[in-house]
Design a protein around this ligand. Structure first.
Ligand code: SF4
Ligand code: SF4
Length: 349
């Protein structure tokens, strides 16, 4: 049995203890209002309740903004030697919310599809995840429940569920999770299933914003809206800055660049995040741009989250409802508003 019942303070002490063995990241205050996944040690202010979604989601620990893939050097005879720079350092991501857990799970799906991405895979294999089941919406941007992310569990090694009062249910889901809990003196929990039902029942209803349509219906709905005026309506204020892509836990597009050292015989290859909302993203040789205006780019972004990848991988929406894109958009554009409008236009027609 891998279910335990403890208190919030004991769970925090356990997490802090893990930091002595591996690098451990937890969402900590960053500036006056924001949070970010930062290295957390024994003196870190670990709190589950006070939380606002981090600007950068935790999955990006496996996909950094700038990642050196390999170095290369040419020998005097002209033979190149390529040395991959795989990151295999063990780390723990703790305090991961269900929406971000779903983000990690979807990125696992993408990067393990076909030929696995060795760089993502190396970091993922060496990362343990301690998730925290949310008892309330983190703010009024979140819509995790509407896209079926609120009860997501796949990808976690341990899940913490806050219960009545100061109680905390601790469940190990994997061998990695059981290893992290080996030796703890938490009492076993014999009625974990009933306690989880109680935790779900105690959540507010509705939980966050609603979409007004089933996720499974959206691919067909959105497909019919190719020529809709709604794409223009929802991009009138758009700056095409790409922030909505950069903060999204399910955006993974990147650009690749080789840099040559001054000796002209050695250098390195780097990949950096790219964003489909940027005007030059779909530009090709010869000067043609497949998505020259913001409305076309917004349509692509929405279809990718709710139609293309949904149909390809059968994992539901490729939007976790974390609300980051709406929260960070300077123009206040929110993907839930766009999808809601598209769904109701379908009903009206
Ligand atoms: S963050 Fe907002 S303004 Fe920037 S590209 Fe996205 S929708 Fe447009
Ligand atoms: S599209 Fe927006 S709400 Fe959906 S996962 Fe990305 S950042 Fe979160």
């Amino acid at each position: 049995m891998s279910e335990f019942l403890t208190t919030v303070s004991s769970a925090v002490a356990w997490i802090k203890g893990l930091a002595g063995r591996h690098e451990l990241f937890f969402p900590l205050k960053h500036g006056s209002a924001n949070y970010s996944f930062q290295p957390a040690g024994p003196s870190a202010d670990i709190q589950f309740e006070k939380y606002r979604p981090t600007i950068v989601p935790p999955v990006k620990k496996m996909l950094p903004a700038r990642d050196t893939l390999f170095t290369f050097v040419k020998s005097p005879s002209g033979e190149p030697t390529v040395t991959p720079t795989l990151d295999t350092a063990p780390r723990i991501l703790a305090g991961v919310r269900p929406c971000d857990l779903k983000g990690i799970h979807l990125m696992d799906t993408i990067f393990e599809n076909g030929v696995a991405d060795a760089y993502y895979a190396a970091r993922r294999a060496n990362t343990a995840v301690i998730a925290y089941a949310c008892p309330k919406p983190c703010d009024d941007r979140a819509f995790c429940h509407a896209v079926d992310s609120l009860d997501h569990r796949a990808g976690a090694d341990v899940i913490l569920t806050p219960l009545k009062g100061d109680d905390m249910l601790v469940e190990a889901l994997t061998d990695k999770g059981r290893e992290m809990l080996a030796g703890v003196d938490f009492p076993k929990c014999a009625d974990a299933a009933a306690r989880k039902v109680g935790a779900v029942a105690a959540r507010p209803e509705p939980f966050g914003r609603a979409l007004g349509a089933k996720v499974s219906a959206l691919p067909a709905v959105i497909k019919k809206q190719w020529k809709s005026d709604l794409w223009d309506k929802h991009t009138e204020r758009c700056f095409s800055c790409g922030s909505c892509n950069l903060v999204c836990p399910t955006c993974y597009c990147f650009d690749v660049q080789d840099d040559l050292n001054l000796d002209t015989t050695s250098g390195h290859r780097t990949r950096t995040w790219d964003a489909c909302m940027l005007p030059e993203f779909a530009a090709v040789a010869g000067g043609h741009n497949f998505r020259p205006n913001a409305a076309a780019r917004q349509r692509h972004r929405v279809k990718r989250k709710f139609e293309y990848l949904t149909e390809r991988f059968h994992e539901g929406a490729f939007c976790t409802g974390c609300g980051r894109c709406g929260r960070q958009c300077t123009a206040g554009i929110d993907i839930l508003d766009i999808v809601k409008d598209l769904a109701s236009a379908e009903v009206e027609s």
